[in-house]
Design a protein around this ligand. Sequence first.
Ligand SMILES: *Cc1c(COP(=O)(O)O)cnc(C)c1O
Length: 381
Amino acid sequence: MSAPFLPLTRPTIDDETIAGVAEVLRSGWITSGPKVKELEAKLSAHCGGRPVRVFNSGTCTMEIALRIAGIGPGHEVITTPLSWVATSNVILTCGARPVFVDIDPTTRNIDLERAEAAITPATRAIIPVDLAGLPVDRDRLHAIATKHGLRVIEDAAQSLGGNWRGRAIGAAGDFVSFSFHPNKNITTIEGGALVLNNQAEAKLAEQYRLQGVVRTGFDGMEVEIVGGKFNLTDVAARVGLGQLPHLAAFNARRTELARAYFERFDAPAVRELGLGLPPRDFTQTNWHMFQVMLPGDRLSIPRAGVMERMHAAGIGTGVHYPPIHLFAVYRRLGWKPGDLPIAERTGRDILTLPLFPAMTSADVARVVENLAAILQAHRQP
Ligand SMILES: *Cc1c(COP(=O)(O)O)cnc(C)c1O
């Protein structure tokens, strides 16, 4: 009998959380209420006491941060092309222009030197992404932002529980955005959180979250800004409250599994296949993903062929991400192949391997053995 299918990722939700969700469902209050407030308080404690508000996605937190910062038509926002398309879609949603700069080939994160060089009089903000949970250099990032008077929206969707020089991601900086999609290190099914600078921004975030409404007393209601429908339910918040206490243990387990991957990939017979490995950071990264670079030029099958063969061997893989600037929407804005060669090469050869807390080191061994065998069998003569 063959081993069960090993997915790319899978959330770990314990029985206490499931019982807690049932309790909320029976309570008579299932949409935003006390559980939302409790989750915000716990996340705020994680972020050094800074104000935190939760929402029904990570995407909307970045849109709301841009709106709070007053960013819109005529403004430019600098970001990375190697991310989930949400990162730049929110810039377009607000009517501003995304300006992509190429990535650092080692970290696969935005190249901050290129980011600084791309600043124009129209630039208002930078949105860096901690790809796979590897933090962007926060010292450099905020030095550039301060020097040029720019806002920063850290897309930390993938780096919750990570840190920069010992300080939790979210505990410092300007706006910080997290996602609780099921693939992220903790989940609320769907959801997100935004770390803000002060109570005035938190108040605005609450308005943008729910139709711009401000209530006073028993019957007072005013609407001064156009908000949307971005509130998180108490059912979802209860899932988050059951997840957050496990965040450190989940990330520690992910780190152990990442080490197991390196051990397997460092074996001489695997090493000579020419795979590119991620940076070996075991102190700051939350190991949201383990991504390798296929030796594209030396293979006789395309990446999709490798993925198909892995799937046939009962192993899920993924691509994070095709470069954003080459999607049709962005090409229509003038971006074209060759504009960002490092991101394009990375987007072509990168492959995400299974990594989640419930995996075993035997699973890691199985992934590397199968990948190595496929590469071995399809080496360019
Ligand atoms: C998941 C993710 C988002 C969006 O989060 P949602 O909760 O799905 O809206 C944004 N940016 C990055 C880098 C992500 O990984």
